[in-house]
Design a protein around this ligand. Structure first.
Ligand code: ADP
Ligand code: MG
Length: 818
């Protein structure tokens, strides 16, 4: 090997060799050559020794050092996964992302040559594992699910938990659980050697900060050994922008063009935040620098509507990387500078052959891209063209693109955010951590010295970027985690060996909510209902709605509503059309709006009147009306329909996608199947007619079942001192919430959000409201607590729902209570 780097091949000791004898791998020559260059291969002996002597081993190695592709093969070659060896169980490898699970299974298959059929993968709704599978790649969610039926994971002899540095919830929980499984399997193996063998656990991280795992006495009584693979990183010069421009897409385009036209050969990797940004950028770059043979490109796939993409958003959102050491600070060759707009570090001259208009081979890379398209990043670019990959942070540590010399980093990523009030998740673009930014820069130094262009200033980097991202488990409500644990029989959550524990208060809050939802009983044990709820990949409130929703033909409506509530509000509000300083000054301001605005407003009111026909007191039924209405609009006319009805098209489309996916899950859950089936959900099947009167009553109770703790009572009904008067606006009528709100400096009462359908009704609002969330309006002088209502509910129904928090039974509806 003539790559100027030292290789370290130590013969494997005899004890290990005995095992190897069972497996013979015939690799292709080029694969063999490529493997030998990977730093991890030089450590094969050390790694196997460590695993041989310890049940848990931690492996740290730079992204691209060969951890994911090689370590499963080391284990396989030394006998793990072979029926006749001392370690017959299969090798499991978990990945946080589906795409990595599939891509890595494919790659390892290629590398295994004659043994390629020994590798399989399993992700939710898709799998290619068989009897003969010896190495199984899967998402961490899949392994968690497997633990529910077989806590000791008896079919595995070794498990590799990859990308542990990302600290996402599933990985963290898995490591906690596996620390116990290791102990149990060891005990079992000692007492019942016939049926049990010890399990080996390998935790892999792209960074060196693994003390949360290694020095954690909750997890391991004796700290597991850490094998660190020497890094082979070339220096990377960092170029900060002098100014941080808000439009980073534009800036990324400009910078990429400049690199391509001015700088010597070498691949360009551009980090953006999501699919649509990336597709947009890819289109622009391909247009600007066309290839001689266009046919090399497939069309950029449009948004896929394959209902099997259930994990769509959770997978599309790549988690922020955390806990990494700042390798660059120790690097003498590392230079850092703020760039002048004029200079921008483009002082290098063009090398021979590269002219400004050379073609650029532009490829997108994100989770939802079909695997085949993703794999193109590993192929050689066409003759004379420079490779340019536009990626999400999937290219940060999961996939290593060969020959990247320039990185363009927007410094942002899309992150999952949870609303504390409802557990509703949203996706927001925010700054990444310093650790992530350095990982991204590092991508440019894999094959030689490189450059990283940061589209933000060093001042912003210093002041806005956190050192590491906070582990997911400390950022988000843990209701879902607690429910999953309870489903696995872990009763005392507080004593669970968390890598980093969530706040006790958050656990308590989660348990209370789950009890209110009927998922846990008084002793905090999981109920049958809780088990059922656990089968949906949704926040427990919404799972509850789905479980109780399967009555009176309401399920399709509940699925539509759950989709709508999860995705977000599609209704453009009146205040966005006619801006007002304070909604309560509505009356006075009426005279100030222009003729044109008046017309738009009248059109708006007409449209809203149609959607509120179903029920004037229910925001969720307004949402349902809108969904039903669009079901009856031809696909080609939908955009116009959204425009005419003041609906956000993006949100409506996302709602429809989620509805399709949930319908699919409900379908296969009924059939109890967990693995892929070819059945799909047709658009016709989803088409909804408006619900009937009894169904409306039922839907309101089903919504209440999911939000049973979020009830507000009109204040005058419980407090004699509160008097309502005729000249009060609806949004100023006080409500009292059942839950204490704990908001400092706010009035204790809650008020209906002016955008609610209730403020349009012109009638005295109902006695009881179920609300989705409470927000504090910080802009007004008296901080007002605004509630976003879902629907009204009669006292009778409310009592009914509460009494049957496990299972709703319907007594004859009393009719409208007001
Ligand atoms: P790590 O897990 O340490 O980040 P990997 O095992 O993922 O490293 O990658 C090792 C090497 O294998 C990288 O150089 C990467 O480019 C290469 N590689 C991975 N998948 C493929 C593939 N499908 N085709 C060609 N090369 C690949
Ligand atoms: Mg890897």
């Amino acid at each position: 090997l003539d790559d100027g780097l030292e290789h370290n091949f130590i013969p494997i000791n005899e004890q290990l060799r005995r095992k190897i004898a069972t497996v013979h791998i015939d690799r292709d020559d080029d694969i063999q050559v490529a493997r030998m260059k990977l730093p991890v291969v030089g450590e094969e002996h050390t790694i196997l020794e460590a695993i041989h002597h310890n049940d848990c081993v931690i492996i740290c190695g730079e992204t691209g050092s060969g951890k994911t592709t090689q370590i499963p093969q080391f284990l396989f070659e030394s006998g793990y996964g072979s029926p006749n060896s001392e370690t017959p169980g299969i090798i499991g490898v978990t990945q946080p992302r589906r795409v990595a699970a599939v891509a890595m299974a494919e790659r390892v298959g290629q590398e295994l040559g004659n043994c390629r059929n020994k590798v399989g993968y399993q992700i939710r709704f898709d799998a290619n594992v068989s009897e003969g599978t010896a190495i199984k790649f899967m998402t961490d969610g899949v392994l968690l699910r497997e633990m529910m039926t077989d806590f000791l994971l008896t079919k595995y002899s070794a498990l590799i938990i990859d990308e542990a540095h990302e600290r996402n919830i599933n990985t963290d929980i898995l490591i906690g659980m596996l620390s116990r499984v290791l102990k149990l399997r060891r005990e079992k193996a000692e007492t019942d050697a016939q049926n049990y063998r010890p399990l080996k656990l390998v935790v892999m991280s792209a960074t060196l900060s693994v003390s949360d795992f290694s020095e954690n006495s909750r997890l391991f009584r004796t700290p597991p050994p850490i094998v660190s693979v020497p890094a082979r990183q070339y220096p990377v010069s960092i170029h900060f922008n002098r100014r941080t421009v808000p439009n980073y897409n534009e800036e990324a385009f400009r910078k990429t063009c400049k690199i391509h036209s001015k700088l010597p050969p070498g691949g360009i990797l551009v980090f953006l935040t999501g699919k649509s940004e990336i597709n947009e950028m890819v289109k622009r770059l391909r247009k600007r620098y066309p290839l001689a043979k266009k046919k090399l490109y497939n069309d950029i796939p449009e948004v896929r509507t394959d209902p099997r993409n259930v994990e769509v958003e959770t997978e599309e959102i790549e988690f922020g990387v955390s806990e990494s050491t700042d390798t660059f600070e120790e690097n003498d060759d590392f230079t850092e500078q703020d760039e002048d707009e004029e200079e921008e570090g483009f002082e290098e001259n063009l090398e021979d052959g590269q002219t400004p208009e050379d073609p650029l081979y532009v490829l997108p890379l994100y989770s939802l891209l079909p695997t085949k398209e993703q794999m193109k990043i590993f192929e050689k670019p066409p003759q004379g063209a420079r490779l340019c990959v536009v990626a999400t942070n999937i290219a940060e540590t999961s996939l290593t693109i060969p020959n990247i010399r320039y990185v363009v980093d927007c410094g942002r990523s899309k992150e999952r955010k949870y609303s504390e009030n409802t557990g509703v998740q949203s996706f927001e673009i925010g700054w990444i951590s310093k650790a992530s930014a350095d990982q991204r820069a590092g991508r440019a130094g894999r094959t030689g010295p490189g450059h990283c262009y940061r589209l933000f200033s060093s001042a912003v980097y210093e002041s806005e970027f956190s050192t590491f991202s906070i582990p997911e488990i400390q950022r988000m409500p843990v209701e879902s985690v607690v429910l999953t644990m309870k489903a696995m029989g872990i009763d005392n959550i507080v004593n669970f060996p968390f890598v980093t524990p969530p706040k006790k208060e958050m656990i308590r809050k989660a348990e209370t909510l789950l009890r209110n939802l009927g998922a846990l009983d008084d002793k905090k044990n999981i109920t049958k209902l809780g088990q059922k709820m656990n089968s949906f990949p949704l926040s427990p409130r919404f799972s509850k709605m789905l479980v109780v929703g399967n009555q009176q033909g309401c399920l399709p409506y509940i699925i539509a509503l759950v989709s709508g509530l999860s995705v977000g509000d599609p209704f453009i509000s009146e205040f966005e059309i006619v801006p007002k300083k304070d909604p309560e000054e509505q009356e006075e301001q009426k005279d100030y709006i222009t003729e044109e605005q008046r017309n738009v407003l009248s059109k708006f009111n007409k449209s809203r009147a149609v959607f509120s026909k179903l029920d004037k007191f229910s925001d969720v039924l307004q949402l349902l009306s809108a969904i039903c209405a669009q079901d009856h609009v031809a696909k080609a006319d939908r955009m116009k329909f959204y425009d005419n009805n003041f609906l956000r098209s993006k949100i409506m489309e996302d709602i429809l996608k989620l509805r399709k996916q949930l319908t699919y899950i409900v379908k296969i859950n009924k059939g109890k199947g967990l693995v892929a089936s070819a059945s799909t959900v047709s658009d016709d099947e989803l088409k909804l007619e408006l619900p009937s009167k009894p169904q409306i009553m039922a839907i309101k109770q089903m919504v209440a079942a999911g939000f049973i703790d979020q009830i507000a009572i009109r204040a005058d009904l419980i407090d004699r001192d509160v008097k309502l008067s005729n000249n009060m606006t609806i949004s100023s009528i006080p409500y009292v919430t059942l839950l204490p709100t704990h908001e400092p400096d706010t009035e204790p009462n809650a008020f209906i959000h002016p955008a609610s359908i209730l403020c349009k009704s012109g009638e005295l609002p109902p006695s009881y409201l179920i609300y989705e969330s409470l927000n504090v309006n910080t802009s007004s002088e008296t901080k007002k607590l605004r509630m976003k209502p879902l629907n009204d509910i009669s006292g009778r129904s409310l009592a009914n729902v509460a009494a049957n928090s496990g299972l709703i039974t319907y007594s004859k509806p009393l009719g409208h209570p007001y």
